[in-house]
Design a protein around this ligand. Structure first.
Ligand code: MLC
Ligand code: AMP
Length: 504
């Protein structure tokens, strides 16, 4: 039977070749990958997972967690990874919305998650980051021969939640071909081969670490060193035996500040890729001065996978995200009329291609609102295309903060703060931050007589929002600046507090 994505992964897998190595010395060959993903797929079926069922997963990064993703693909299930930073309050929404058949969690979260899963009729099993947990016990008893479930190009492989500008998060539905076509394109574009060894330091619950890093490695038959999280010392050490690093700009900011970043330290590396947030031109320059390597910046989204990339051969220009990838159409239009703007003018970036998702889970109206009649997806990013054809991202039409590569929708944070006793209203903005790119910052108006302070606001958010969404600073003001229409002028606030995190 054919399974669109996994057939391609299997075709690239030489059972003898190395696939994953962990920093504590555990090793997995491609043969081990085929074996464990089959056993896990068998365990999923035993647990009642049928094709199309969602399997929600909130576990620490590990080789087994990656095998679980592959097992879902093989079993025809829809993989639904969740950020390990999400609180129980956040999980309640995702599990209620996606209605997974099965939820896999770290043993430490079992009790809290079970209460939520019971409410929505989902079963819960565990997986830890040291090769244990009830799911692996079941997999140990399953056969290493698993007949992959038939899946076509348009069948769903995954749902990844992305925060909504208004209201709640939306589940982006990604098909087998969305993932396969994009990974194959990137493999070819970035000249990946089985000789490559990737330093994998990204989380595996978002597009970048899960699909870009892992699928490209898999489709090349390459290998990866799996780090539980990014650490500049460790990354520099591993550069002696690796060939590629993929990271968010914060990785590169931290590397440029590291005294160990030199030409010699990076001499064995072939490629450094950056994405998920804007890479400052000064970081690009600093990196190239110290190492001689030009970081290759690319641009993507959860909904679209990767859209553009600087060239592998040719100029990788700082401050640009390069050209549309082969097979992907990118255009810049007037946001209101939808008509293309002249070259060099700024407008809304729109994309179309096999990489673009199938729509938002159970939200047909929101899906329809974000596509043009001719099938282009409206990204919400503002950009321009220069005379050489390079795409520049110059801003965001959506009210979004990106901190260390994670997206935070101000509305979600504002709603939590506004609900606190003693608060009249709040505005959440992103302010330049030397490490995270943007720092989440809350500007709050308190009620007359209220003594609510920064600590109280932060404490109140503790169990409500993932840590990375919580403001780095809370500032109190008498009134928020408004325009004549009564809309809060966030641009004024961003200007006023622009150097809040500046290094003095
Ligand atoms: C951690 N913290 C963050 C944060 N990460 N705060 C804001 N933004 C972040 N991104 C919090 C921690 O909880 C901690 O809180 C404090 O900040 C300092 O933590 P740290 O030890 O310095 O952080 P670290 O663990 O090193 O993590 C930073 C990071 C990590 C940048 C390495 O956030 C990361 O790996 N980001 C990658 C995100 C990613 O994969 N994005 C891709 C999305 S897909 P305290 O107060 O408890 O100490 C996408 C599409 C595309 O966007 O195009 O790719
Ligand atoms: P996400 O919803 O987490 O997938 O984040 C996608 C968003 O990240 C995009 O819409 C962009 O705003 C931003 N993004 C991704 N890559 C880049 C990049 N190279 N430069 C600037 N912004 C980027």
């Amino acid at each position: 039977m054919s399974n669109h994505l996994f057939d391609a992964i299997r075709a690239a897998a030489d059972p003898q070749a190395p696939f994953i190595e962990t920093t504590d010395g555990r090793r997995w060959s491609y043969g081990d990958m085929l074996d464990l993903s089959a056993r896990l797929a068998g365990a999923l079926v035993t647990l009642g997972v049928s094709p199309g069922d969602r399997v929600a997963v909130q576990v620490e990064k590990s080789p087994e967690a990656l095998m679980l993703y592959l097992a879902c693909v093989r079993a025809g299930a829809v993989y639904l990874p969740l950020n390990t930073a999400y609180t129980l309050a956040e999980l309640d929404y995702f599990i209620g919305d996606a209605e997974p058949r099965l939820v896999i969690v770290a043993p430490k979260s079992l009790d809290g998650v079970r209460a939520i899963a019971d409410k929505y009729g989902a079963r819960v099993e565990t997986l830890d980051d040291a090769g244990g947990g009830s799911l692996l016990d079941l997999a140990g008893k399953a056969s290493a021969d698993f007949a992959d479930i038939e899946r076509g190009p348009d069948d769903l492989a995954a749902i990844l939640y992305t925060s909504g500008t208004t209201g709640r998060s939306k589940g982006a539905m990604l098909s087998h071909d969305n993932l396969l076509s994009n990974a194959a394109t990137l493999r070819d574009h970035w000249r990946f081969s089985s000789a490559d060894r990737l330093i994998h330091a990204l989380p595996i619950f978002h597009t970048h670490g899960l699909f870009v890093a892992s699928n490209v490695t898999l489709l090349s038959g390459a290998s990866m060193i799996l780090l539980s999280k990014f650490d500049a010392d460790e990354a520099l050490r591993l550069m002696q035996s690796a060939s590629v690093l993929m990271g968010v700009p914060t990785f590169y900011v931290r590397l440029v500040q590291h005294p160990g970043l030199t030409r010699e330290a990076t001499a064995k590396m072939r490629l450094f890729v950056s994405g998920s947030a804007p890479l400052l031109a000064e970081t690009h320059r600093g990196f190239s001065e110290k190492t001689g390597h030009a970081i290759l910046e690319r641009y993507g989204m959860t909904e679209t996978n990767m859209n553009t990339s600087n060239p592998y051969e040719g100029d990788r220009i700082a401050g640009t995200v390069g050209f549309a990838l082969p097979g992907v159409s990118v255009r810049v239009v007037d946001a209101d009329s939808g008509k293309p703007v002249a070259d060099g003018e700024t407008g809304m970036i729109e994309v179309k291609g096999p990489n673009v998702f199938k729509g938002y889970w159970r939200m047909p109206e929101k899906t329809a609102a974000e596509f043009r009649a001719d099938g282009f997806f409206i990204t919400g990013d503002l950009g321009k295309i220069d005379e050489r054809g390079y795409v520049h991202i110059v801003g965001r039409g959506k009210d979004l903060v990106i901190s260390g590569g994670y997206n935070i929708y101000p509305k979600e944070v504002e709603s939590e703060i506004d609900a606190m006793p003693g608060v009249v209203e709040s505005a959440v903005i992103g302010v330049p931050h030397p490490d995270f790119g943007e720092g989440v910052t809350a500007i709050v108006v308190r009620e007359a007589g209220s003594d609510i302070d920064e600590r109280a606001v932060l404490d109140g958010l503790q169990d409500r929002l993932a840590r990375y969404k919580q403001p780095k600073r809370v500032i109190f003001v008498e009134d928020l600046p408004r325009n004549t229409m009564g809309k809060v002028q966030k641009n004024v606030l961003r200007q006023t507090y622009g150097d809040l995190y500046a290094v003095k």
